[in-house]
Design a protein around this ligand. Structure first.
Ligand SMILES: [Fe+2]
Length: 385
C-alpha cells in the first residue's frame, strides 16, 4: 500500500518495550517485503507469532497445464465453474505463467476451520458476485460487487461471505502489485491525473484481537503447495500496527475513466501494475467525441503480451456473443480486434456501460485443464465473415 496507516495500540517508538496492563510484554513483528527494501509493517501481538506446534502435511495445488505453448484465442465461460463449499478448493487456475496465476472461484461457504496465508504471491481478488468481510491479522475490510481486494503476500486471512452466491476473479501474483508509478509523485502521493486517489483506497479500520491458545490451522501456500501448519496461538492477536504493508480495497466503480476525442489506448484504463503484467479497469464512460470518431477499438497486435479480459457487466461493444463471467484470451503475436459488424455498430454511439477487468501479461500464459473444461474451442474463428 503506498501510504502510511496506523491501527490499534502501538508504542510511541518502534523496537522499544511495549507492556500489557499486567506488566508482561506484547511481541513485536516486523512484517516486510523485498528484504528490508520494500513496504513493511510493525505489528504488536498478544503472543509470539512464531509458535508452530505441528506441520501436518502438504499437498500440491500446482496448475495442471494442458497447453504450455498457446497460439489460439480462447473464450472461457467463467460462470460454468461449479460452486464449491470450500474457498481454497473452489479456486480454479485457468491461465498461468511463472509470474502469475489467473483464477476463477465460486465459493459457497466462508472459511471457518482454517486460516489461509499465501507466502509467495500477492492476491488481487475481484468481487464479481457476493458481499461479506475479508478478515486479516491486520484488520478487516467489508466487500461487495466491484471491489478489488489487494492482499499482500504473507497476510493471514479468511473470507466471510453473506450468501452462497459468490463469484471471484483472482490474480495471484509472484511480483508485488502496486498502483501505477506514473500516477505517483516522488513521495508516493497519487497525482491529479490519476484516475483514482487515496480517498478511493479503503484501509482496514476494524481490528479483531483474540488472545487465545489452542490449535489453530493455517494453510500456508508456498511453491505451489499448501502446508497445513498448526499454531499454538490465535493468528488474529494483533493489538496494533503501523506501516505501509497491509490489505486494502478499491472499488472498480470509483475508477474515473479518461476519455478523449479519438480512441484512447488501454493504458488509460490501468489500475495496478507489476513488472510482469498490468491490470486495467474498463468502466462505463462517454465515447470518443471527434465528429468522425470510431468508438470501437482498432485491430491491434499485442506482439509481446497476452491479453486477458474478464467481462463483468454491460454490453461489450467490440465483441459479439460475450456475456458476464466470460474470459477472452488473445495471445501475444497475432492481431485481434472488433468482431465483424462491431466497428460499424459503434459509430455514433455516445457512451458505453461496459465493465471489465483486463490483465495483460508480458510472458505468455499457459492454458490449464480447468480452462479447457469451460473453453469455447471455436472462438478463434469468430472473426470470419
Ligand atoms: Fe485487445
Amino acid at each position: 500500500m503506498p501510504f502510511y496507516h496506523k491501527l490499534g495500540e502501538i508504542p510511541p517508538k518502534r523496537h522499544t518495550q511495549f507492556k500489557k496492563p499486567d506488566g508482561s510484554f506484547y511481541y513485536e513483528q516486523l512484517f516486510g517485503t523485498i528484504g528490508f527494501d520494500g513496504m513493511s509493517t510493525n505489528s504488536y501481538h498478544e503472543q509470539r507469532p512464531t509458535q508452530v506446534k505441528e506441520i501436518k502435511g502438504n499437498y500440491s495445488v500446482a496448475p495442471k497445464i494442458a497447453k504450455a505453448n498457446n497460439m489460439q484465442s480462447y473464450r472461457l465461460h467463467g460462470f460454468k465453474v461449479k460452486p464449491e463449499n470450500d474457498y481454497l478448493q473452489s479456486r480454479k487456475i485457468v491461465l498461468s505463467n511463472s509470474d502469475c496465476n489467473i483464477i476463477l472461484s465460486a465459493p459457497k461457504s466462508s472459511t471457518k476451520d482454517y486460516f489461509y496465508k499465501n507466502t509467495d504471491a500477492d492476491e488481487l481478488i475481484f468481487i464479481h458476485k457476493g458481499t461479506g468481510k475479508l478478515r486479516t491479522h491486520l484488520g478487516n475490510l467489508d466487500f461487495k460487487y466491484g471491489d478489488y481486494l489487494l492482499v499482500p503476500r504473507g497476510i493471514i486471512y479468511k473470507l466471510d461471505f453473506d450468501t452462497e452466491d459468490n463469484r471471484l476473479f483472482i490474480v495471484e501474483s509472484y511480483r508485488p502489485i502496486y498502483t501505477p508509478k506514473r500516477y505517483r509523485n516522488w513521495f508516493g502521493q497519487l497525482l491529479e491525473h490519476s484516475p483514482f486517489c487515496e480517498r478511493d483506497l479503503r484501509q482496514p479500520q476494524e481490528l479483531e484481537t483474540y488472545n487465545e491458545s489452542g490449535d489453530f490451522l493455517i494453510k500456508v501456500k508456498k511453491q505451489d503447495e499448501i502446508f497445513d501448519m498448526i499454531y499454538a496461538s490465535h493468528p488474529f492477536d494483533v493489538v496494533g500496527y503501523d506501516g505501509y504493508n497491509y490489505p486494502y480495497a478499491f472499488s472498480i466503480h470509483d475508477f474515473e475513466p479518461i476519455t478523449g476525442r479519438v480512441h484512447q489506448p488501454p493504458p488509460v484504463h490501468q489500475t495496478f501494475e507489476t513488472d510482469a503484467f498490468v491490470v486495467c479497469s474498463f468502466v462505463p464512460r462517454l465515447y470518443d467525441y471527434h465528429p468522425l470518431a470510431v468508438p470501437a477499438p482498432y485491430n491491434h497486435s499485442n506482439i509481446d503480451s497476452d491479453e486477458v479480459l474478464y467481462y463483468v457487466d454491460g454490453d461489450f461493444m467490440s465483441r459479439n456473443d460475450i456475456d458476464k463471467g466470460h474470459i477472452s484470451l488473445h495471445p501475444a503475436g497475432i492481431p485481434h480486434g472488433p468482431h465483424p459488424g462491431a466497428m460499424e455498430r459503434s459509430i455514433g454511439k455516445v457512451k458505453t456501460d461496459e465493465l471489465a477487468v483486463m490483465v495483460d501479461t508480458f510472458k505468455p500464459l499457459k492454458v490449464t485443464e480447468e480452462a479447457l473444461k469451460i473453453a469455447d474451442e471455436d472462438y478463434y474463428k469468430s472473426w470470419l465473415e
